[in-house]
Design a protein around this ligand. Structure first.
Ligand SMILES: [Zn+2]
Ligand SMILES: [Zn+2]
Length: 536
């Protein structure tokens, strides 16, 4: 047990490493330790919080002046502990009352980060998600904790000891086999695995503060005060207290208010005081938007002060369209490249893969037309073959895409849209390219309320439509939005409404004059909008 109790110091900053909570990495050559945050590259590959499961060689010991990391082969238990630990630190907003859904959160996360978690030669078995469910229930009540008492269903899980690092959990677990042998040899009374694990953990962890187990009740209270009334779980609880009709009424009221406040905000963005308003739209600023203020005056449960994003942050009309378009070359207006390396998301701290999907099958109408022209032009040449078609690349938004996307928005939606803000949460974007040409994009604004993301823009170029591009983008955005409702506005006569409906979006309300300020008079599209919601 020495490994748990000996003081270690970071070779970079000299500070003590926090035992059982932030042990840092040990260089396999010089045996020195270093904080993850003190690494030259700033984080471990993949960026998972608490991920010390690497064979590491420090900068000084390496032959080529780069820190080297090799993923240690992890058991499913280690992976699930690591993923829950990461989610709880980096995406607490996903959780429901501190618990994560084993499939929507844990399995989805593992699937998305497969290359980060497993060595390259590790084969994905068909029923790997079943292994996750099995592992969680096997270690229930000593490594994991099921949310069954809170949710009445076993799908939600959290860590029993949320403050203890995955490394310590897995080291203590591996000590269990030795300890069991000892018990047998000494002919002591055998104890349950859960009991043994807890005993070992308590003897290994010096800082008793870290041993605090997950407290279901305290989380519940916290979550209830945080609630804005849209969560179905909260309705059940509220209805117990106040009677069903009242809570339902409350919910309706809250939704209704949401709409009017948004409308007000939209008007506010077009007024002269715009620059002041825009400062409030930055990610880091506290939630001072009108919606929360209005909610308070209307005697609806006040929202807490955590950061909620405003879906109308993009409607930045402060810059003149002409000055914006000046200085952007035609090529910039049309194209954006794809970076081949992982993109670090400022929102989730995750490294996003360069491609969401590469689709070589789909043959969009525009490319069909081009192919026909090429064939016609070469009809006299019997040896002529069409050159191979490039795939449609689905990627997360990158800075290179922004000028072209803004330009398309100005052309097809209305002037003044600036989607630079989406770079703050690339996880919730989808940009489709054919070679370097941007053919479509879709964006969600995350966290417009605690239970809701907002679909702000969806676009496919004419002649690239009706071949499944928008469908896949919507599908992808729904995938990224686990456990949260998605809302959107759509013009009343826009046929895309049918596509949304196929995904389960339901019309919740009509907003008269929603597009008044934006859509030109000569456009046939209705200025009235449907507010649609996908209930999760
Ligand atoms: Zn350090
Ligand atoms: Zn070293």
């Amino acid at each position: 047990m020495e490994a748990f109790t000996v003081d270690k110091f970071c070779k970079n900053c000299g500070d003590r490493l926090e035992l059982s909570a932030d042990e840092g990495l040990e260089c396999t050559k010089c045996k020195c330790y270093i904080h993850i945050k003190c690494l030259k590259r700033g984080s471990v590959p993949g960026g998972l919080y608490g991920d010390t499961f690497h064979a590491f060689i420090c900068y000084e010991c390496s032959s080529d002046n780069t820190e080297s990391f090799v993923r240690i082969r992890l058991s499913w238990l280690q992976i699930i502990v690591l993923v829950l630990y990461h989610l709880q630190h980096k995406s607490p907003g996903l959780a429901r009352k501190g618990f994560f859904h084993w499939r929507h959160h844990v399995a989805t996360f593992i699937d998305k980060n497969w290359e980060i978690l497993f060595p390259s030669d590790f084969k994905k078995k068909k029923k790997w998600t079943g292994t996750i469910a099995g592992t969680l229930s096997h270690f229930n009540k000593y490594i994991f904790l099921s949310g069954i008492t809170v949710f009445n269903e076993p799908a939600f899980w959290t860590l029993m000891y949320p403050k203890i690092s995955p490394l310590t959990i897995s080291s203590v677990y591996s000590l269990m086999a030795v300890e069991k042998q000892n018990i047998k040899l000494k002919k002591e009374i055998p104890v349950s695995d859960a009991e043994l694990f807890s005993r070992l953990l308590h003897s290994c962890v010096i800082n008793k503060e870290l041993l605090k187990t997950f407290n279901v009740n305290s989380m519940q209270i916290q979550a209830e005060t945080k609630s804005d009334g849209n969560d179905s779980m909260d309705i059940v609880e509220e209805s117990k207290k106040f009677g069903d009709t009242r809570s339902r009424h409350k919910r309706k009221n809250a939704k209704h208010l949401g709409i009017t406040s948004r409308k007000l905000l939209r008007l506010a963005t077009s007024t002269a005081a715009l620059s002041d308003d825009l400062t409030n739209f930055n990610l880091g600023s506290p939630d001072t938007d009108q919606s929360s203020q209005e909610c308070k005056t209307e005697d609806v449960k006040p929202k807490d002060v955590s950061r909620l994003l405003n879906p109308f942050c993009h409607y930045n009309t402060s810059l003149s369209n002409i000055s914006r378009m000046k200085g952007i070359t035609l090529q910039n207006k049309l194209t954006g490249g794809i970076r081949q390396d992982l993109i670090l998301s400022p929102y989730s701290g995750m490294h996003l893969k360069p491609y969401i999907r590469r689709d070589a099958e789909t043959f969009p109408p525009w490319l069909k037309l081009m192919a026909e022209i090429q064939l016609a032009a070469n009809s006299s040449n019997p040896d002529y073959f069409l050159p191979p078609r490039a795939p449609l690349d689905y990627t997360y938004v990158q800075p290179e895409h922004i000028p072209a996307i803004n330009s398309l928005c100005n052309q097809f939606f209305w002037p003044g849209i600036d989607l630079t803000e989406t770079l703050q949460y690339p996880d919730f974007s989808c940009v489709v390219l054919y070679k370097r040409l941007i053919v479509g994009f879709a964006f969600l604004v995350p966290d417009v309320s605690h239970t809701e993301n907002y679909l702000s823009f969806l676009f496919t170029r004419p002649y690239w439509r009706n071949c499944g591009i928008a469908k896949f983008m919507i599908y992808h955005l729904i995938q990224t939005s686990v456990g949260k409702d998605i809302t959107l506005h759509v013009s009343m006569n826009n046929p895309v409404l049918l596509l949304y409906q196929r995904f389960g979006f339901k019309v919740e309300n009509v907003v008269v004059g929603f597009y008044d300020k934006y859509v030109r008079n000569d456009v046939s599209e209705s200025k009235n909008a449907f507010l649609c919601r996908l209930d999760r």
